[in-house]
Design a protein around this ligand. Structure first.
Ligand code: G3P
Length: 217
């Protein structure tokens, strides 16, 4: 399973990269705004910096919502760096844009996926990744993991190449459950990734080993 980090924060991206387990980065307009990035040139520059830190797929989301504008914007984003993946919303014009980019050999990530039908359409249109939003479904008392399972079944049935990129991750348990189901990728905030490290018996065991190591001279 690939690990992407879901942030535009450069310090956190560097920290995950230094850990040696990072395969890519996802961003969205809200995450960019959180970092105080604004203006087309500043956004492009920020993506360039991320691409220099991480050698993997970097999702850059279009800000427009019409087919023509998404094509123009997506082509500009794709020109920033060969690792840029154009992130497109799951709307009618978005499906058309996915098809366009797929035919041009430009990687895409179809975002805001909340149903199996949407994931099926995105795969038909040739999306490289689909991003089902696990946590936001859980937030409204709907089982987000069930959606990941449904998409896994459908993609397996027809051997779609589209990769399931589980997004809106809120906890280490989300990551573990996605791995059990067979999501191809998770994109997660840094704390949930680091949460995978933690076990009290590891801490206790290490403290004992360190104490005993001193006795060995
Ligand atoms: O990047 C898309 C997704 O991961 C957003 O997560 O936490 O805003 O629901 P969240």
């Amino acid at each position: 399973m690939k690990f992407f980090i879901d942030t535009a924060n450069l310090e956190q991206i560097k920290e995950a990269q230094d850990l040696g387990i990072l395969d890519g980065v996802t961003t969205n307009p809200s995450l960019m705004a959180k970092e105080g990035i604004s203006g087309a040139e500043a956004i492009k520059q920020h993506y360039k910096i991320i691409c220099e830190i991480v050698d993997g797929d970097i999702s850059a989301e279009v800000l427009s919502t019409t087919y023509e504008e998404m094509i123009k914007e997506g082509e500009e984003l794709a020109a920033i760096h060969p690792n840029i993946v154009v992130k497109i919303p799951m709307i009618k014009d978005g499906v058309k844009a996915l098809k366009y980019f797929s035919e041009k050999g430009i990687k895409t990530n179809c975002t805001l996926i909340f149903s199996a039908g949407q994931a099926l359409l995105a795969a038909k249109a040739g999306a490289t990744y689909v991003s089902p939003f696990l946590g936001r479904l859980d937030d409204i008392s709907t089982d987000g993991l069930n959606l990941i399972e449904e998409i896994r079944t459908i993609y397996n049935n027809y051997m779609y190449d589209t990769e399931i990129l589980a997004a809106s991750i809120r906890s280490p348990m989300h990551i573990i459950n996605c791995a059990k189901i067979g999501a191809d990728v998770i994109t997660s905030p840094l704390p949930s990734i680091l949460g995978l490290l933690k076990h009290p018996l590891t801490d206790l065991g290490l403290a004992q080993f360190v104490a005993d190591a001193k006795k060995l001279g």
